[in-house]
Ligand binder design. Structure first.
Ligand SMILES: Cc1ncc(COP(=O)(O)O)c(C=O)c1O
Length: 344
């Protein structure tokens, strides 16, 4: 095991022993022929959990999002999306590359787009301009420090979508984190989206995989789009078996990640160079501005690395992410390193 404390992302989590055992023992078939019982079971549990008719296993969150956008849109359409969202910024522009739609990015208050602004940005039908067909929301919001988007805000955006008969895709890569932090069930959050994507391979620690859930018709078409993009997988029950452990046994422990993130944020927020309001840390992601008189961001990260701590640069600042494979000792080690490096 590496002695590095790895705070770069919650995607670095290793599968648990139970996951490895479940993978070894998984009953599998050929999922492209529709006969892998383990992936079918996971898809059906996921759909039920989220209050939807059907589910579809995806190799990644990015493919879950790209397939969903593709299903809901046509070329010449426009998609309303939050300006710092993962789909808009970090998925190699599948909006334009795969769906061939125009993104219409809107600013937000910590992930919450203003519903009136959303409404104002819906295009009126015209031959000159694109047709608005989809709104994408993200919760928790990765690039805004894991912010939990208030449910009332999501609901208000849902009302706007209903008024104009638009679809909503809910990027819930970390919807379980949102639920643990807010007490609002994942099913309630999922009610916001016509389609919902969530990840198994972040805080929930599965090695691979995401799910998309929605109506039966949506999933039937999404399955075809997934195949067209090369995402039809064969004995995928091996991966689904780990995913099953992720959603049935790994959710409650996310609370520990949130507590550790808060502890770290509170301990560092007053140190020289750190621009961080610890009250904004609601889940497992800490992104802070960095403006130190003696150290650049790369120099700071290098100093951390010398102390066997990994973190990353993000949005002109620095990101620390808490997950299963960093514990209290790693957090203490990081706090000590912050104090040592930044105090002058
Ligand atoms: C909010 C959000 N959506 C989607 C994704 C994409 O997931 P993947 O890395 O599995 O493609 C991520 C990844 O970090 C994410 O943070």
């Amino acid at each position: 095991m590496s002695k590095f404390s790895d705070f770069r992302s919650d995607t670095v989590t290793r599968p648990t022993e139970k996951m490895r055992k479940a993978m070894a023992e998984a009953v599998v078939g050929d999922d492209v022929f529709g006969d892998d019982p383990t992936v079918q079971k996971l898809e059906s549990i996921a759909a039920k959990m989220m209050g939807k008719e059907a589910g579809l296993f995806m190799p990644s969150g990015t493919m879950g999002n790209s397939v969903s956008v593709k299903v809901w849109t046509k070329e010449l359409d426009e998609v309303i999306i939050e300006e710092r969202s993962h789909i808009y910024n970090m998925e190699s522009t599948h909006l334009t590359f795969i769906s061939r739609v125009t993104p219409r990015p809107l600013s937000s208050n910590r992930g919450a787009m203003d519903p009136d602004e959303v409404e104002r940005n819906i295009r009126k039908p015209s031959v000159h301009i694109p047709r608005t067909s989809l709104i994408c929301v993200e919760n928790t919001h990765n690039n805004l420090s894991g912010a939990v988007v208030p449910f009332e805000n999501l609901k208000a955006i849902r009302d706007v979508a209903d008024k104009y008969e638009l679809k909503i895709h809910y990027d819930g890569a970390r919807t379980f984190n949102a639920s643990i932090a807010s007490g609002i069930s994942v099913k309630e959050y999922a009610s916001i989206g016509d389609s919902v994507m969530f990840c198994l391979s972040k805080g929930l620690s599965a090695p691979v995989g995401s799910l998309v859930v929605g109506s039966r018709d949506f999933i039937d078409y999404a399955r075809r789009v997934r195949k067209a993009l090369g995402g039809g997988m064969r004995q995928v029950g091996v991966l689904a078996a780990a995913g099953m452990v992720a959603i049935t046994e790994m959710v409650d422990r996310l609370k520990e990640d949130h507590e550790r993130a808060k502890k770290l944020a509170l301990a560092i927020s007053n140190l020289p160079g750190i621009e961080l309001n610890p009250e904004h840390i609601q889940t497992n992601i800490i992104i802070f501005g960095f403006n130190h008189p003696k150290l650049s961001i790369p120099a700071f990260l290098e100093e951390m690395k010398k102390r066997e701590i990994l973190a990353s640069a993000a949005w002109g600042g620095i990101r620390f992410v808490i997950h299963k494979d960093v514990d209290d000792k790693d957090v203490e080690k990081a706090i000590e390193a912050f104090q040592e490096i930044l105090t002058y």
